[in-house]
Write a protein that binds this ligand. Structure first.
Ligand SMILES: NC(=O)c1ccc[n+]([C@@H]2O[C@H](COP(=O)([O-])OP(=O)(O)OC[C@H]3O[C@@H](n4cnc5c(N)ncnc54)[C@H](O)[C@@H]3O)[C@@H](O)[C@H]2O)c1
Length: 327
């Protein structure tokens, strides 16, 4: 396969590129990324000289640039990770999210249709369902009820993707995963933010009472699921990807404190994010039965390994923090 991975310099996209090159020796992988603050080619230094890997800088909302990369590399499949992904930023600047997460997907779909790309996978999120009131997991047919500008743009993009299946019969699929954690996650998201703050002696800010519940999926398990959807996913299929490992935010922070040997006094409760969803919970029986996927990484092992990786890779995350603060 010749796979265009959009947003491949970000957290999940770069892990997915590593996964593809390791597990599919005959695939060609083209990483197309705008290199926003969240995109970093340092994630991919170990594969930059691999003849099966190519990098092209560009924006998914730029139709000419997308057409050029698809034609130049004779791409046959696209997996779209490119997005503005941080909920807090979406509250400050929703327009940037509309441009990348919705207009960008529309542009990609136009190119998929015009140039006859065989498969398009849209990487979406469990956040499109909104908060689960009673912890009851949402199936793929549940009503979409996003709460933030981020999740609203992702939900809108999902509907647009599905319309290309219904209207034009295109081979598109959608994945909606739980919260990911693992290596190379930008230090603004919960786990890397807490670890890097802790390592710098800064306080660990917890929104509200810290009782918000998330399901935590190791990024490697998500990459395996996305790969299964890319190769065997049904046209028009939506696949939830869960870990069934639920933790309150304050429990996650406690695990990090324990691992790093930090004092309890380092916790600082701050005002809650507006419209912060209480609980995300999804039912993933479909991908288990249809594609034979299931998560494999044990959470306690995965988070310990992740925390240790951040401890050992200060040279990776320090410049990222400095770059964001200097903007
Ligand atoms: N991180 C999670 O827990 C999680 C969970 C479920 C779904 N998702 C989805 O997975 C995808 C990847 O998330 P992530 O955490 O890796 O995000 P990230 O912020 O780490 O990476 C996003 C990447 O996309 C690039 N990008 C942004 N806008 C672009 C544009 N217009 N054109 C080209 N490139 C652009 C950035 O440079 C960056 O490399 C997103 O679509 C997100 O909605 C993430």
């Amino acid at each position: 396969m010749k796979i265009l991975v959009t947003g491949g310099a970000g957290f999940i996209g770069s892990n997915f590129i590593h996964y593809l090159l390791k597990n599919h020796p005959t695939d060609q992988v083209i990483n197309f990324d705008a290199l926003t603050y969240a995109g970093n080619l340092a994630h991919l230094v170990d594969v930059q000289n691999d003849p099966r890997y190519h990098f092209v800088q560009g924006n998914i909302a730029d139709q000419q640039a997308v057409e050029r990369v698809v034609s130049d590399y004779q791409v046959d499949s696209i997996v779209n990770f490119a997005a503005e992904s941080h909920v807090d930023r979406s509250i400050l600047d929703p327009d940037a999210f509309v441009r990348s997460n919705f207009v960008g997907v529309s542009t990609l779909l136009n190119v998929v249709k015009q140039l006859g790309i065989k498969k398009f996978v849209q990487i979406s999120t469990d956040e499109v369902y909104g908060s689960s009131r009673d912890g009851e997991p949402f199936t793929e047919t549940a009503h979409l009820n996003p709460s933030s500008p981020y999740s609203a743009t992702k939900a809108g993009a999902d509907l647009l993707v599905l319309s290309y299946y219904k209207t034009y019969g295109m081979n598109v699929s959608i994945t909606r995963s739980a919260n990911n954690y693992g290596l190379f996650q930008f230090p603004e998201k919960l786990i890397p933010l807490m670890v890097t703050n802790g390592l710098q002696g800064k306080s660990l800010p917890i929104y509200g009472d810290g009782h918000n519940v998330r399901d935590w999926l190791h990024v490697r398990d998500n990459c395996r699921a996305i790969d299964a959807v890319l190769r065997q996913g049904r046209p028009g299929g939506i696949y939830n990807i869960a870990a069934h490992h639920y933790e309150e935010n304050r429990q996650i922070v406690q695990k990090i404190i324990n691992r790093l040997g930090l004092p309890q006094s380092i916790i600082q409760h701050v005002s809650d994010r507006p419209a912060n969803d209480q609980c995300y919970s999804i039912n993933d029986e479909l991908i288990r039965h249809e594609l034979g996927w299931q998560p494999m990484v044990d959470f306690d092992h995965g988070i310990a390994q992740t925390v240790d990786w951040y401890v050992a890779h200060e040279k990776w995350w320090r410049p990222l923090l400095a770059a964001v603060h200097n903007r």
